[in-house]
Write a protein that binds this ligand. Structure first.
Ligand code: ADP
Ligand code: ZN
Length: 723
């Protein structure tokens, strides 16, 4: 009897075999989608092995219901990569494929052929542009982008990812924009003349274009890493290859995609969650078939199939956003390196602050290391000055020295930035009469006060409630303690009413479009003072920024996670790197109550590389990554007893494995979250291979136990944090 093995999107491991009629067998190579009965449902599955002749098994084997594709949708390279990810992350293959495939393909649909690829402004559009209100930002930018003539749709929309689709629909419906066939792409920008440093780096990379190699490009902010990416990509494209470029944040993809489009014209496909499903599916196909020569995207783009992939670039490789925190908990940087290795092509990891994992690989000779130590535009990155605020009066968390420095910068016409990685008005609301602190009803956490919205919010579970007028316990007066970005913004507004102040955090900027609109204002110099969270620490280029003030990084010095200090060092360096890029020297002040802290001193006096080297020694001493491999089994249950009991029984059934330490079970650092009690078991080994052998043999037991309970559990291989 002819049988095939199909992957279906269900949270179960194991093989799912179906019977195929003789006549159909040859039409079912791996990568073709089929409809199959599964329980009482019918699911879209993917053939993962060629058909075979086998005796009928002793259980009932069901026939496939229908064949969807004439030719394989999923190329074998992607299938193999997903299989690898399923094994490595101990995740069911069906769910890995569901992560890798755009929605329409998961549902068994085809995508509609691409409409004409150009956009043109109509006469009505010209008229509308004059009267559109300022708040229709995305629409305005779209129309503006077409004022000088028709453009490739991709290029016109590169600057507005999310509302791009919505704005375009609106503009098409209103008749302001028409689809046209458009060959005339705007003139292509020519490559810049490289600095000697860039030249040296590029030559090294060009010489390593054959076969797999991983190179870390360590380049201070403003050293022109992007230009190196562009010229390296150019060489690859000239040879007919394709290039995959990953960026950590959806907010950063439009800029990056725009730079590639400006240089290479059409053939640049973006891939991120801001696109519509249909767009993503079309870009996916264009990349698969080699029509898109460059794919620029966020972490999920690492699974976009590319027929002639010859170069992988991971920008800001240290960024934690590359790690997915639910479902398939993959690290896109790591998958990118593996994919390059499998394909035998080079991978380039760029960052001003490489992760310890990557530095460790470079130290061990597994990765090549190249550096850009100088900024393209003269000035060295500014020194960071520690501002000792012990005994200094703080108003809304700001010292007078800090406020004076901001005043000076603003008075000389410069832009300034204040960084605080905490949203909201105040992290704690305290009753001045009885000392009561308002807790989250679902978590071991305090509610954060949001003044503008007049409410309290939990930043862990999303619980919100109205801001009470008085203490719910005693009726006393509630006072906000500590500060978030909203409070800093308010304080600065009072102090600097004549300047435009904008807050950058995820409360204020819900979409990449909103962020990009605001960033455009910053570029024009229309915003004077920026207050924000890590949104501001990422790769954005602020040409006029002369000052950065870091308000409170002390908490990171005592963070309970083993990566807290690494993150702090990266954040501080990245924020400081935004300053003084276009000519003027800059100034960076860091307020602290710990001016003697040895690691903080090391960071500001000798820079990130020395700081990272010291952290590396500590990691080695305590056998922490990158000197060991970790896997974390997390469990959530109604009671702590249940969670711990499950982990204890799991641990009992754990196969004995040399070289693997099992730590726990123990309650998680935040034991209660979103109404669940959380506990975890940590597996640690000096040998990645030993850990993986053990996980593979343990998984069946774990899954069987897991299915018998109603607990929620997940296994996180290479966890980004241990919370
Ligand atoms: P990084 O990504 O390393 O922070 P960018 O690639 O954004 O730096 O470059 C910083 C600025 O320098 C950009 O405005 C870029 O256009 C400019 N730049 C880069 N290389 C050169 C060059 N060789 N000549 C002139 N300007 C350059
Ligand atoms: Zn909560």
């Amino acid at each position: 009897m002819k049988q095939i093995t199909v992957s279906v999107p269900v949270p179960l491991r194991g093989r799912f075999d179906y019977e195929v009629p003789d006549a159909l067998a040859n039409a079912l190579p791996p990568g073709v989608r089929v409809r199959v009965p599964f329980g009482r449902r019918e699911l879209v599955g993917l053939v993962i092995e060629p058909w075979r002749d086998a005796p009928a098994p002793d259980f009932a084997i069901r026939p496939i219901a229908a064949v969807i594709d004439d030719t394989p949708l999923v190329p074998s390279e992607l299938l193999a990569l997903c299989q690898w990810a399923a094994d490595y992350y101990q995740h069911p293959l069906g769910e890995v494929l569901a992560t890798a495939l755009p929605g329409p393909f998961r549902r068994g649909e085809f995508v509609i052929p691409k409409p004409p690829d150009g956009l043109a402004l109509t006469a009505a559009g010209h008229a509308a542009l004059a009267t559109l209100p300022a708040r229709s930002g995305a629409l305005r930018s779209l129309l503006h982008a077409l004022v000088d003539g028709p453009r490739q749709a991709a290029a016109a929309r590169a600057a507005l990812p999310k509302a791009g689709a919505a704005a375009l629909r609106k503009a098409l419906d209103a008749g302001w924009v028409a689809r046209v066939d458009c060959d005339d792409v705007s003139p292509l920008e020519t490559p810049l003349a490289l600095t000697d440093e860039q030249r040296g780096v590029l030559d090294t990379l060009l010489a390593a274009r054959d076969g797999f190699s991983a190179t870390v490009l360590e380049g201070v902010t403003g050293s022109g890493k992007t230009e190196v990416y562009l010229q390296l990509a150019e060489a690859v494209l000239r040879d007919g290859g394709q290039v995959l470029v990953l960026a950590p944040e959806i907010g950063l993809t439009p800029q990056l995609a725009a730079r590639f489009t400006a240089r290479f014209g059409d053939g640049v496909a973006s891939f991120h969650s801001g696109l519509s499903e249909a767009e993503r599916a079309r870009h996916w196909l264009a990349a698969r078939d080699g029509r898109a020569r460059i794919v620029v995207g966020t972490r999920s783009a690492v699974f976009v199939p590319m027929a002639r992939l010859k170069l992988v670039i991971v920008d800001e490789e240290h960024d934690v956003s590359y790690k997915q925190q639910d479902g398939l908990r993959y690290g896109a940087r790591d998958v990118a390196v593996l994919r390059a290795r499998r394909l035998g092509v080079p991978v380039l990891l760029g960052s001003a602050t490489p992760s310890l994992e990557t530095l460790h690989n470079a130290d061990g000779g597994r990765y090549r290391r190249v550096q850009l130590l100088r900024r393209v535009h003269q000035h060295a990155p500014p020194r960071i000055h520690l501002l000792d605020v012990r005994h200094a009066p703080l108003h809304d968390g700001l010292s007078e020295t800090m406020v004076d420095a901001v005043a000076r910068q603003l008075a000389s016409g410069h832009q300034a930035l204040l960084f605080l990685n905490r949203r909201g008005y105040a992290p704690v609301l305290l009753c001045h009469d009885c000392g009561h602190v308002l807790p989250c009803p679902n978590c071991d956490a305090r509610l954060v006060m949001h003044r503008a919205k007049q409410r309290l919010a939990c930043h862990h579970c999303g619980h919100v409630e109205a801001l009470p007028p008085a203490c719910p316990d005693c009726g006393g007066k509630l006072v906000p303690v500590g500060q978030g970005t909203e409070r800093i913004e308010d304080a600065l507004r009072l102090r600097f009413p004549e300047y435009r102040i904008e807050r950058f955090d995820s409360d204020r900027l819900r979409s990449a479009t909103a962020l990009n609109a605001l960033l455009a204002d910053v570029q024009r110099g229309a915003v004077h003072l920026l207050v924000g969270t890590q949104v501001l620490a990422k790769g954005h280029d602020f040409a006029g920024l002369a000052f950065a003030g870091l308000i409170d990084v002390d908490q990171a010095l005592f963070g309970s996670d083993f990566r807290a200090l690494e993150r702090m060092g990266q954040m501080v360096t990245q924020v400081a790197g935004r300053v003084g890029r276009a000519g003027q020297p800059g100034e960076v002040l860091l307020q602290t109550h710990q001016p003697e802290h040895p690691l903080l001193r090391l960071l500001v006096e000798q820079g990130y590389a020395a700081f990272a080297a010291r952290l590396m020694d500590e990691r080695r001493q305590f056998d922490l990554p990158p000197f060991s491999s970790l896997a974390l089994l997390r469990v959530e249950a109604k009671t702590e007893g249940e969670a711990m009991a499950f982990l204890r029984s799991v641990r009992r059934d754990c196969p004995a494995a040399r070289e693997v330490d099992i730590l726990g079970p123990a309650p998680a650092t935040m034991a209660r979250r979103a109404g669940f009690q959380r506990a975890q078991l940590l597996l640690k080994s000096p040998s990645r291979a030993a850990l993986h052998r053990m996980l593979a043999s343990w998984m069946p037991t774990l899954e069987a136990l897991g299915q018998k309970t109603r607990l929620r559990w997940s296994l996180d291989v290479d966890p980004a944090d241990l919370f």
